[in-house]
Design a protein around this ligand. Structure first.
Ligand SMILES: [Cu+2]
Length: 464
């Protein structure tokens, strides 16, 4: 075969006959606070956690269910055909135990995404993994995924029952005894109201990449190099402050989309969101803890970067010196997409009121509680805005499937904001996001706090 023909043939076969990536959903034994516990994960047969692809490739993936229960996996943040969005009971049927499902669509994006079960409350079992789509530029960096998780020894059902039971006594406030949500002395509450509720679930441990603080992941880095940290908040009910410690970082992307870079050492990360941060490793031999502290409390988790031949620190402290403030809008207001985006004249505005009935622990969008919803119809091709109006005392990380939206206004202040798929709407505040409804189907719109979503704060838009 001539060289040219060989190249064409190789190209052809690699496109047509490239093997699908196998992703197994299965149990995993990890160590939490000195005990071996069972959680779940999504791994390739060679142990690779999740999916690493390249810009322009096809997402050709077979999901194999090796659990004893049915499941379905959602590709959080990806623009994809509706019938591959992976929402059990809405876009896809469950994958039964021992069965598999073949996903195949072209990747239109690059950046940090993630995958997780969108079936019942399985996210609490940690059925989640990174979904990274690299660009050629990423070859410049060592890349480290930092995925935050919250672990409870209780099942998700027990946690939800606890929330429902607590709240019938509590008349509107949650976890008073833990001081969660109360204004604490010395806390910078920013623009927040004096009273808000934070962390309605108290966890046994917070983990990073399935590691607790007794045995954190330790990752070797080279002095004088740059490392791209891909932070993912996969927690079920916890928002985090990223703390880079001694390292200076540059936030370069949120939810997979590039932003105008922002320097700092502390950043905010709500449930469902991702942040790509580039850190420069000094030309010294040292340990660099990379931490995530839960808002409102002292608990933290993280991993260790080390430029020593062997890290001298083997553990991380479970608690920071002081409680972290609640997340706020300070960072979001500074974010600007680095791509100029214009969706054109707005054709339709949807007001989305977020409310909660604390006594029953149910949550609503426009007064409706999932699954008793009337999905808003959206005209295909329209430029649409959602005006989220949070009338509750909790923040809600609102996630829209299958689209990137632009954050255009916060509490009435117009901004040329970031492109996102998940926006944290603070208590008693309003956020407006905008997007072009340019692909058809039923696209979920919900709070990413697992228990809010499961207790009703979920709907879908029907783009026709
Ligand atoms: Cu919520």
């Amino acid at each position: 075969m001539k060289l040219k023909n060989l190249i064409i043939f190789t190209l052809f076969t690699s496109i047509v006959f490239a093997n699908p990536v196998i992703l197994e959903v299965k149990q995993k034994i990890i160590s939490v606070n000195g005990k071996s516990v069972k959680v779940s994960t999504i791994e390739q047969p060679d142990g690779t956690w999740g999916y690493w692809g390249k810009l322009g490739e096809s997402f050709d993936v077979i999901v194999r269910n090796k659990l004893a229960e049915s499941t379905m996996i959602h590709w959080h943040g990806l623009i994809l055909p509706n019938n591959q969005d992976g929402v059990a009971g809405v876009t896809n049927s469950e994958i039964n135990p021992g069965k598999e499902f073949h996903f195949n669509f072209p990747l239109q994006q690059s950046g940090s995404y993630w995958m997780h079960s969108h079936d019942g409350m399985q996210l609490q079992d940690m059925i989640a993994a990174p979904l990274i789509i690299e660009t050629p530029e990423d070859a410049k960096y060592q890349q480290v995924v930092v995925m935050f998780q919250d672990y409870s020894s209780k099942s998700a059902n027990q946690v939800l029952k606890g929330l429902q039971a607590n709240n019938s006594d509590n008349m509107g406030h949650m976890n008073h005894d833990d001081m969660h949500g109360m204004k604490m002395d010395g806390m910078d509450m920013g623009d927040m109201d004096d009273m808000q509720d934070i962390n309605d679930v108290k966890y046994d441990a917070y983990l990073t990449n399935y590691h607790d603080n007794l045995k954190p992941q330790i990752t070797q880095v080279k002095p004088g190099t740059s490392v791209k940290l891909r932070f993912i908040n996969s927690a079920s009910a916890s928002n985090f402050w990223i703390n880079l410690g001694k390292l200076k970082g540059t936030l370069v992307a949120v939810d997979g989309s590039p932003i105008k870079p922002i320097a700092g050492s502390k950043f905010q990360l709500a449930m469902g969101q991702r942040s790509d941060i580039i850190v420069d490793i000094p030309k010294v031999s040292a340990d660099f803890p990379i931490l995530g502290q839960v808002e409102g409390i002292k608990s933290q988790t993280g991993l260790m970067l080390t430029s020593k031949s062997k890290s001298s620190v083997q553990k991380l402290a479970n608690n920071a010196n002081s409680a972290a403030p609640a997340l706020n809008y300070n960072e979001e207001l500074q974010l600007h997409s680095s791509d100029p985006i214009a969706f054109g004249k707005v054709d339709h505005t949807y007001k989305i009121k977020l409310t909660g009935d604390m006594n029953k622990y149910t949550w609503q969008m426009n007064g409706e509680t999932w699954p008793n919803i009337t999905p808003p119809k959206v005209n295909y091709g329209d430029t649409v805005t959602f005006e989220f109006d949070n009338q509750t005392m909790m923040s809600h990380p609102m996630h829209l499937h299958g689209y990137n939206f632009k954050v255009v206004s916060i509490n009435g202040k117009k901004i040329d904001g970031a492109l996102r798929d998940t926006i944290l709407v603070m208590p008693h505040s309003k956020v407006t996001v905008e997007f072009k409804a340019d692909h058809k189907g039923k696209w979920m719109l919900h709070c990413h706090t697992l228990y809010h979503m499961h207790a009703g704060m979920m709907t879908y838009i029907d783009v026709e």
